[in-house]
Design a protein around this ligand. Structure first.
Ligand SMILES: Nc1ncnc2c1ncn2[C@@H]1O[C@H](COP(=O)(O)OP(=O)(O)O)[C@@H](O)[C@H]1O
Ligand SMILES: Cc1cn([C@H]2C[C@H](O)[C@@H](COP(=O)(O)O)O2)c(=O)[nH]c1=O
Length: 234
């Protein structure tokens, strides 16, 4: 029986890599599929992974109708067994409903890949609909890590070196790790997301004079506690 599966995780946790692997595995077994993406960092109509692999893909415009497209293929004699959809957070809720219909009425497997929440921790509309409709939600096993070593759960947006929590929901970008003037992203654990503590902010705080050790000459440490009244020192 066909399934609608939502593979989710933070940015940089291997979703596109897994999408490419699944495409490879299904095709290797003779299944016929279509690959989609939207706003991939590498450009239009390509599904790319940070591991260096890439695959041609159909770019999902807002007016693309998945149902119409697959039905047209099928009536033209081109069987579609499965769909791979990367960057699915950017799909419209209506498109997610079309994908669910393809699973239920055309027996097409749909594997959607995407982040759930934006840089403000709010669900993308496409991801929200996937969470509502998917047969299964699979959180990726490879964990992206916060700079502190904890599992990263949140996607932070960094502009001019500072984490921001206001702005357009969609700004295509990468997790470069190199502060630039442009928009970039950093994955963080919840604790550091809430404190707006990016790796750069943590480094800056570590060398800030406010947290340097006290100058002991100016601020001597207290001595040992005085003996209780009535007791003589030996
Ligand atoms: N040089 C590298 N060597 C090994 N693994 C890498 C390298 N660069 C990236 N990766 C892996 O690729 C993952 C990102 O893959 P990608 O599919 O692009 O992520 P996503 O689509 O979730 O944003 C990283 O979490 C890391 O595991
Ligand atoms: C958090 C967040 C991300 N984006 C963009 C940035 C990237 O182009 C993609 C995520 O791609 P990845 O393969 O998962 O790394 O989404 C955005 O537009 N808005 C956001 O809030």
């Amino acid at each position: 029986m066909a399934e609608l599966v939502f593979f989710s995780g933070t940015m940089d946790c291997g979703k596109s890599t897994l999408a490419l692997q699944m495409e490879h595995n299904h095709r290797a077994r003779g299944r016929r599929g279509l690959v989609f993406t939207k706003h991939d960092r590498a450009g239009e109509a390509v599904l790319s992974s940070r591991l260096g692999l890439a695959h041609d893909a159909l770019e999902v415009a807002d007016d693309l109708d998945f149902w119409e497209l697959v039905v047209t293929q099928a009536t033209g004699g081109r069987v579609v067994d499965y769909l791979i959809g990367d960057e699915a957070q950017f799909y419209t809720p209506e498109q997610i409903e079309q994908l669910a219909r393809l699973v239920d009425e055309m027996d097409v497997d749909v594997y959607a890949f995407g982040i759930t929440a934006d840089f403000r921790t709010q669900l993308f509309p496409g991801s929200r609909r996937l969470i509502e409709l998917a047969d299964r939600i699979q959180v990726l096993q490879v964990e992206a890590l916060c700079w502190c070593g904890r599992r990263a759960t949140h996607n932070a947006r960094v502009v001019d070196g500072h984490m921001v929590v206001e702005g357009e929901q969609v700004v295509v970008g990468d997790v470069t790790g190199v502060p630039t003037a442009a928009v970039e992203y950093e994955v963080l654990c919840r604790r550091h997301y809430m404190r707006r503590m990016t790796s750069q902010a943590a480094r800056a705080q570590a060398v800030s004079p406010e947290v340097l050790p006290f100058d002991l000459d100016l601020c001597p440490l207290p001595g040992p506690p005085a003996p209780p009244v009535g007791m003589m020192e030996p």
